[in-house]
Write a protein that binds this ligand. Sequence first.
Ligand code: NI
Length: 169
Amino acid sequence: MIRPILKYGDAVLHEKAQVVEAITPEIARLVDDMIHTMYAAPGVGLAAPQIGVPLRVFVVDISVGLDEKGLRILINPEFVERDGTQLEDEGCLSVPGFTATVVRPSRAVVKALDRHGQEQQHEATGLLARAFQHEMDHLDGTLFVDRLRGIKRDLIVRKIRKLSRAGKW
Ligand code: NI
């Protein structure tokens, strides 16, 4: 089932998500819904809080479904290693219409449970490393806008408030 994606300003997006205690049928359904919602958007990643579920789950596919091995499902993810720096434009399904340059480590190793509850280690560079870190931020209630400073951030927040007041957000 495709679920509505919450936008910047919705409380769930700004809170820390909880650890998944067990891989239940509800969690399996949540993961399926997240995959469908991500591909329908379309997007390269989606975290559970973005569909209003405050749990530590995200899905990523930087091929957006073109590569059958591209889909990654991460439950209770944790960083193992991070190094380097990359500076690229970044957007978010919860902040539609806005992008900004965000500094991220260029390489990340993340361990997480898969949909069967097996621990997997994911090593990533470039866009995949960026996606992992963007989605991990979602689980801690942080959006890319929160990583910006000064005028850049104020400008986006002000535009969102304006759209919100006009009922267009
Ligand atoms: Ni996002």
